[in-house]
Design a protein around this ligand. Structure first.
Ligand code: Q46
Ligand code: ZN
Ligand code: ZN
Length: 319
């Protein structure tokens, strides 16, 4: 198979784009497509500082690498969750994130949950009712809170995550399947900043997992290949598997599903509850200061209140 732009051997064939590219042209295409997404959705400009949430995995390191190549002011944020039981998942991913930053002379900010709270995420999850069944619910809450707090504290108004098309489609599929209209209203490549919240952007939302993996591979990025042990058996993985099977017989199905949803919603063909119809009375949490709908402490701060263990409340921030 030959590259469609030159006569070199193609390293990837993307059936949904009817495109095969060699290493050089694939890197060029991937970087240009990212820039197109940043512009199309008005994510950020070269004058803004972008904090990239880095997990040590292929997607987030690829995102940081592309933003660096495009000349954006992008610094990394790694949150050490303390998931080191069995495989050294957190320690190894932090090592890879640090190595990546050092090789490129980039700034990496690190938050260690155990150093901040005296407990790791699995320990916090185990002592909460909801976390015992679903460690990811507690982990997600901690990550969203800490990422937002870090962006605000460090003076970044933009927080970039590397959610890819497979993540977005699986999330959308789950929301449609459970008719979670509120989440469908808020699912977007860019969520504008609001008081107490940094702008959230997803520049990779149209790349498949296969495409981000191929980019990391051809760029020689060393990333953690293991999945988080808590991801095993999750609904998201099940949805991804189902959607991959659909993609096999119908190339481009995932991208069409996602873009069709965004278009239908944003053009008003798909009418979802508007913000005013779901009143969100936000006020600052008395402990951390982040906006919350809870009458007292926010869901995050309640995790560390011994008298209210077991309740998480409703997190305000979207995925
Ligand atoms: S890190 Fe945390 Fe994920 Fe692991 S515990 Fe779940 S949410 S799966 S992206
Ligand atoms: Zn080529
Ligand atoms: Zn709080």
């Amino acid at each position: 198979m030959r590259c469609h732009k030159c006569d070199e051997r193609a390293v990837i064939r993307m059936r949904q784009h009817r495109l095969a590219l060699c290493r050089t042209h694939y890197i060029e295409w991937f970087v240009q497509q990212t820039q197109r997404m940043i512009e199309k959705y008005h994510m950020f400009t070269h004058e803004e500082k972008v904090l990239v949430a880095v997990s040590g995995g292929k997607d987030s390191l690829a995102l940081w690498d592309v933003l660096w190549q495009l000349g954006y002011h992008a610094e990394g944020l790694y949150i050490h969750l303390g998931i080191d039981e069995g495989i050294q998942y957190s320690t190894e991913s932090e090592r890879l994130a640090r190595e990546f930053a050092e090789q490129r002379g980039l700034v990496l900010h690190v938050i260690n949950v155990a150093q901040v709270h005296g407990e790791t995420v699995p320990e916090i999850a185990r002592r909460t009712r909801r976390g015992r069944d679903k460690p990811c619910a507690v982990c997600g809450l901690i990550k969203r809170h800490d990422m937002n707090q870090a962006a605000l504290d460090l003076g970044f108004n933009v927080l970039a995550t590397a959610h890819n098309l497979d993540d977005e489609v699986a999330f959308l599929f789950g929301n449609v399947f459970h008719w979670n209209l509120e989440q469908m209203r808020r699912q977007s490549p860019v969520l504008p900043e609001s008081p107490g919240f940094a702008r959230k952007v997803k520049p990779f939302c149209r790349f498949s997992e296969r495409e981000t993996a191929a980019y990391s591979l051809v760029r020689g990025i060393a990333y953690i290949e293991d999945e988080c042990p808590f991801a095993e058996g999750s609904k998201q993985l099940l949805y991804k598997d189902l959607l991959n099977r659909l993609e096999e017989v119908e190339p481009g199905a995932k991208l069409r599903f996602y873009l069709g949803f965004l278009e239908a919603r944003d053009s008003g063909q798909l009418i979802l509850p508007r913000e005013e119809e779901i009143p969100l009375e936000l006020h600052p949490c008395p402990r951390c200061g982040q906006p919350t709908t809870s009458p007292g402490l926010c869901a995050y701060c309640r995790l560390f209140e011994s008298e209210s263990l077991g309740t998480l409340g409703t997190p305000v921030q979207p995925k």
